[in-house]
Each structure stands twice: as C-alpha cells, then as structure tokens.
Design a protein around this ligand. Structure first.
Ligand SMILES: Cc1cc2nc3c(=O)[nH]c(=O)nc-3n(C[C@H](O)[C@H](O)[C@H](O)COP(=O)(O)OP(=O)(O)OC[C@H]3O[C@@H](n4cnc5c(N)ncnc54)[C@H](O)[C@@H]3O)c2cc1C
Length: 458
C-alpha cells in the first residue's frame, strides 16, 4: 500500500527535475581524435576533465557519456560531500592504520579544493559546509559514538545536547563533525563542472556509450555505436555500470539505494525540529538513514534499504521500489512526528558501486594507457575528485603523495561469481538487519567477514 504522504510524488530524482537542466548534447558520429578520452559524465569523469585542463590547457580532451551528464548516481545522490576518502573513519583506520592520518589530511584538502573550485567558477550548487551529525537511535549505539571520538574531529553530543540542535523523540546521542562534510545540490555541481570543462575546451558527447576499447599503436580506440574516439589515454569513470575492462568485472557489485524529497517546510514546521545549524544527519544502524535540508528547506530522506539484483544487473526498472519508499516514509514520520501531514514531492533511486573494501580503488590497464577509479560504495561525491586526480597521476606517470599510498597502489579482492555473490550479499544483509534488532550483536557470519576484512559497518 502506498503511504499517504507519497501520493502524487514524482518518480524522478528531485535534483534532475528542474528547468536548469542543460539541454541534451549531441551524440558522437564519426571519428574524434584527442589526447585523453574520458568515459563517464558523472563526478569522476567531470573532475578528471576539469583537473586535466587546469593542469595542461593544451591537452585535447573528449568526454562521452552513455546517457546524460549527471544522469546516473551523480544526479541522484544525497548531496553529502564528505571529506572521507575511505568511507568513514572506522573503515580507513582498520585497513590503513599507518597512513590513515595522511588519508584524512588529503581528504580534507580535497574537500577544501572542491569548495575553492565552486567559488572560483561561481558554480551555484547550494554548497553549505554544515558538517554532519551521526545519530544513535538505539541504546547500544551510544557507546559506539562515544568511543569513536578520541583522535577524530568529532564532538560527542548527549541526548539533551543533540535534541537542543535537532529535535526528535528517537534521538539518544550524536557525534558531530563540524568541518568535514558539506551539503550541496549534486546535479547543479555536475552541470557547473561540465560548463567549466566545456569553457576550457573539453568536447562532451551524450547518448554515446563506449562499446569496447581496442589498443592500437601507442593509443586506444574507443568504439561507440556511430563512431570512434582515437586517443592516447583513457580515463574510465563508469561507476556501477559494467566495466569495459574484463579484469574489473568481479570487482564491482551494483547496489540500489533510494531517497525521498519532501515539499518545502514552512517556518513553523521547521521550528518544531530546530535544525538551525542545517547539518547533514545520519543514523548509525547497519541499515541507516541519511537526511539533510535543501536551500528551500525541503528534507531529503534516503537510505535504509540496499538492494542487490542477481547477476550484478542494473536497469532503469530498478530505479524505483515502492516497498522501500513506504518504509522510508514510515521511518520519516517516526523520526519527526511533528511533521505529520507533510508530503513527499519526489521519490527515486540509483545504483552505487560497492567494492569489497567499501571505498574506491584505482589502477592502470592496457600498458598504462587506461586508468580507472571505481568502487566508492555510496560515498563518492567528495572522493570522486580525489579519484580523478589519482587517474591523472597514473596516466601521466607522475609519482605523487597520492600514488605512494597503499590505498592507491593495492586493489581489493573481487566479489565471488554468482550464485555465491548474491547469496553472500543477501546473507550479509539479513545478518546486518538482525544485528540492528539485537543490540548490535554480530552473528557468526558477520564475525567471519570482519575477520576477513569484508565486514561492513555504516
Ligand atoms: C541514491 C544515492 C544516494 C547517494 N548519496 C550519496 C551521498 O550523499 N554522498 C556521497 O558521497 N555519495 C552518495 N552516493 C554515491 C555517489 O552518488 C557516487 O559515488 C558518485 O556520484 C559517483 O560518481 P561517478 O562519476 O563515479 O559515477 P556516476 O555518476 O554513476 O557516473 C558514471 C557515468 O558513466 C556513464 N557510463 C557508464 N558506462 C559507460 C559506457 N560504457 N560508456 C559511456 N558512458 C558510460 C554513465 O552513464 C554515468 O553517467 C549516492 C548514490 C546514490 C545512488
């Protein structure tokens, strides 16, 4: 049954449903020649284009996207731009304890550089460096938040301290990172980056899928349905989509994540919950919600379910899931009962690119001519700029602080083939849900994954 607050909600990403969306660009016909071909017009591809042109204005660049710029995850996400390059501190510290301080500094520098680019080019994308509060809604999560604090930039908030900032009867404690997260309109940022890239001379084609790569001489031919890009180097920025490199087929598992957007809140409605700091918010269950205000005081409310389809399938048919929308709506009003009567204007979903280490990995193929940055596992709004910078370092053969990182040099292991992948993912999800209901206690399966470095904690 459809939740009453969802009746009439448009089934499309709120960020893309605007007159400010640029007109579609033409598709590639015939032959294009360039120094660098970028495959994918999401954040990773667009940052690659802008950074490459800023470093070397003479480099000739073509970017192609199978559909529209920002049409995939980049135009569908929550707009949390997090400094973390490692999908959170716990994951980063556990995997790369020796270099975690460096990763954290590079992440903050990356976020500062995103802010600087937005200001320098006047990209109007509602960038607000609000920070984020992670929220305990179950008693066992309070100590988790308290323990996390030493050594990080986080400030522990008890229930009273948290509820003085944002009011909900479900809130028990919070961990506030004031500086390391910004919120923004992701599609507006992506369109702004595309505008900048084109102004710097990048040629962008939409509706142009790369079908295959063929090494030729010192370069690569990128075949498209009606043409070819003849190029020296390729940057692959295709996220959850089927990788063009055979060796990466098993390294990505597409997982669907969903979000709702409310209508704008009146001043009175907003006053019932406070939220004057406008922080990004997320609860800390294994199945968690993330939520934030927009510039016109709507609430984006997303997360909770993470849906994997057998065989790594991705399809526009999976962009909507009525059962998830109902659950999300129900949880929204449990969190903010004073907003009863508020309606949702939009509901949508999109694929995130899970990797077995829960953050991006990087590498070179085809004798150094093709670079890739994939696997952000749902935290790529900020980290994609870092991924772009790494790809350019690798393609140019530059040794930098980034390429010296173990996190950059080593690729994670693949997911297993089907049906083991699907069974493993479903079993993990079932176990994580159970742990959420059982005071956080991890069963044998989750402890086994933890021991293998494959355990996921939000
Ligand atoms: C619902 C949802 C909420 C999220 N919330 C957040 C959040 O709040 N914060 C955060 O940090 N991250 C979030 N994420 C993840 C974030 O959106 C991604 O990590 C990020 O956008 C990845 O950017 P990208 O450029 O690598 O990939 P994408 O945006 O997916 O772009 C890849 C592009 O490649 C194109 N492509 C693929 N294959 C080909 C081909 N063969 N030829 C040509 N083009 C091709 C696609 O058409 C697509 O446009 C969320 C994701 C989803 C789905």
């Amino acid at each position: 049954m459809t939740h009453p607050a969802l009746v009439g909600a448009r089934r499309e990403p709120y960020w893309l449903d605007t007159d400010l969306r640029p007109p579609a660009r033409s598709h590639l016909r015939g032959t294009e020649r360039c120094d660098l071909a970028i495959i994918g017009g999401g954040f990773t591809g667009l940052w690659t284009a802008v950074l490459a042109k800023e470093a070397d204005p003479d480099r000739d660049i073509v970017l192609i996207d199978a559909e529209r710029v920002a049409g995939a995850a980049t135009g569908r996400n929550g707009g949390f731009c997090d400094a973390s390059l490692t999908h959170g501190e716990a994951n980063g510290r556990a995997r790369w304890p020796d270099e975690f301080e460096t990763l954290q500094r590079l992440g903050l520098e990356n976020l500062d550089a995103i802010e600087d680019t937005i200001r320098r080019y006047g990209i109007d994308c509602g960038f607000e460096r609000t920070g984020e509060i992670d929220i305990a809604t179950q008693p066992h999560q309070i100590d988790e938040l308290r323990e996390e604090v030493p050594g990080s930039d986080a400030i522990f908030l008890d229930a009273a301290g948290l509820r003085a900032k944002v009011e909900s009867p479900t809130y028990l404690a919070g961990s506030w990172r004031p500086d390391s997260v910004a919120i923004l309109d992701p599609a507006a940022l992506a369109w702004g980056l595309a505008r900048v890239a084109e102004a710097l001379g990048v040629r962008i084609y939409e509706d142009t899928p790369a079908l295959r790569l063929r090494s030729r001489g010192h370069g690569v031919d990128v075949r498209t349905p009606e043409g070819v890009v003849v190029t020296r180097r390729v940057a692959m920025a295709t996220n959850a989509h089927r990788p063009l490199l055979q060796r990466l087929r098993w390294h990505i598992a597409p997982v669907y994540d969903y979000a709702l957007m409310t209508e704008p809140l009146s001043d009175q409605q907003l006053a019932t919950i406070g939220w004057e700091g406008r922080e990004g918010l997320a609860d800390v269950g294994n199945f968690f919600h993330y939520y934030r205000l927009t510039t016109d005081n709507r609430i984006l409310w997303g997360g909770y379910d993470a849906i994997y389809h057998f065989g790594r399938r991705i399809s526009p048919a999976y962009d909507h899931r009525a059962a998830t929308y109902d659950v999300l709506a129900e949880h929204f009003f449990e969190t903010y009962p004073t907003l009863t009567g508020l309606r949702f204007s939009h509901a949508w979903g999109g694929a995130i690119d899970a990797s077995t280490r829960f953050c991006a990995f990087f590498g070179l193929a085809r004798r150094g001519r093709v670079a890739y940055a994939l696997g952000y596992t749902g935290l790529g709004v900020g980290a994609s700029r870092f991924g772009a910078a790494v790809m350019l370092d690798l393609l140019d053969g530059r040794e930098t602080e980034r390429t010296a990182l173990r996190m950059v040099r080593r690729r994670p292991g693949p997911f297993p083939p089907e049906p083991i992948a699907a069974l493993g993912i479903w079993m993990t999800q079932w176990s994580l849900g159970r742990a959420d209901r059982n005071g956080g206690r991890r069963n044998l399966w989750l402890r086994l994954l933890d021991a293998l470095g494959l355990g996921f904690e939000s």
